[in-house]
Write a protein that binds this ligand. Structure first.
Ligand SMILES: [Zn+2]
Length: 328
């Protein structure tokens, strides 16, 4: 049996950069303006790398990115043509490799479900004081928009650490919202990072009324985040950033440490860190990381989507104990 390896891609949306919308300061730390939009050829380039290496994982599609409309009825400042092209490419080229799910509604301001208007607080702060009675319809709305756009989501990603203060309520809400919108009794979610934890693996977070919810953590850091604020684009720089996950000889890095401790390497990344504020250095780092993993570990690991990991965990619960951070 091979060990699952997977890639988390947080924050994608058609054209709109949710990072630009929610970031406190719209300047990189080396003083360049943060770019507000990502052209569609960036998605094409991402898909080229995914297909080249057989990368699999989880890819968010944010239903109401940055409180600028929604992906079904249209987005402010985005042409219908560009929006449809983005969604069509995700369906044709991302879905064969990645589990697609919402990252709640906006990844920016929380939304009044009655009116669609933005509230004054962001979704993270809003969620921190909610319970299952308010979280369930909020999550259901996110899942329903993706369904209307032609996807079949059975899981969610937490924008920031949405729900972490009320995690039991959040878990119950996800499981119920997935069941009510899709009929699926199996669901997954991503909230926590288990970095530098021995044997870091997903676990069954909830099992009730015949429904099962699997928590899938990130276990490796987003090494490409640093490329947002770095103008350096040399091959040497790309190689150095990739080294943090796996070195060229395959002997060191977080991937190697996680695997040797008995954990599953689940690599975190973000749409904006792969874009590297327009330089796309992060995509080159991903290309290098995947190539090193496949070169040195093809006989030990297997790329898996989040739905494949979810099913594997449900079939083998004894190999996926609840981690210390979630024990009462
Ligand atoms: Zn995010």
């Amino acid at each position: 049996m091979k060990v699952p390896v997977s890639l988390i891609v947080d924050d994608p949306a058609p054209i709109i950069s949710v990072y630009y919308e929610h970031v406190a300061r719209r300047t990189t730390s080396d003083g360049r303006p943060i770019i507000p939009t990502f052209p569609n050829d960036f998605l094409d380039q991402f898909c080229d790398i995914v297909e080249k290496h057989g990368i699999k994982g989880k890819f968010s599609v944010i239903p109401m990115p940055g409180n600028k409309g929604d992906i079904v009825n249209g987005l402010d400042g985005v042409s219908r043509e560009d929006l449809d092209e983005w969604l069509d490419t995700v369906k044709a080229r991302v879905l064969p490799h990645f589990t697609v799910g919402p990252e709640m509604l906006t990844h920016h301001k929380a939304v009044d479900l009655e009116t669609g208007e933005a509230l004054s607080m962001n979704e993270r702060d809003w969620a921190s004081t909610q319970d299952r009675t308010t979280l369930t319809p909020y999550i259901s709305k996110a899942l329903a928009i993706l369904k209307d756009a032609g996807f079949s989501p059975i899981g969610v990603t937490s924008p920031w650490d949405f729900g972490i203060e009320v995690e039991d309520e959040y878990e119950a809400a996800i499981s119920r919202a997935v069941y009510e919108t899709s009929g699926s009794k199996e669901a997954w979610f991503f909230l926590r990072q288990l970095r530098n934890v021995p044997k870091a693996r997903p676990w069954v977070a909830l099992s009730e009324e015949g429904r099962t919810l699997v928590a899938i953590p990130g276990t490796l850091k987003d090494s490409t985040w640093q490329t947002i604020s770095c103008p350096e684009v040399s091959d040497e720089y790309v190689s150095r950033v990739a080294d943090e996950i796996i070195t060229a000889d395959g002997k060191e890095g977080e991937f190697v440490r996680t695997l040797s401790s008995g954990g599953y390497p689940i690599i975190l990344s973000h749409w904006q860190s792969l874009m590297s504020n327009g330089l796309r250095t992060g995509l080159r780092v991903l290309d290098e990381i995947a190539s090193r993993i496949n070169k040195h570990y093809a006989d030990k690991v297997e790329w898996m989507s989040f739905e494949e990991i979810m099913r594997f965990v449900i079939a083998n619960p004894e190999e996926h104990p609840i981690p210390e951070c979630r024990k009462a």
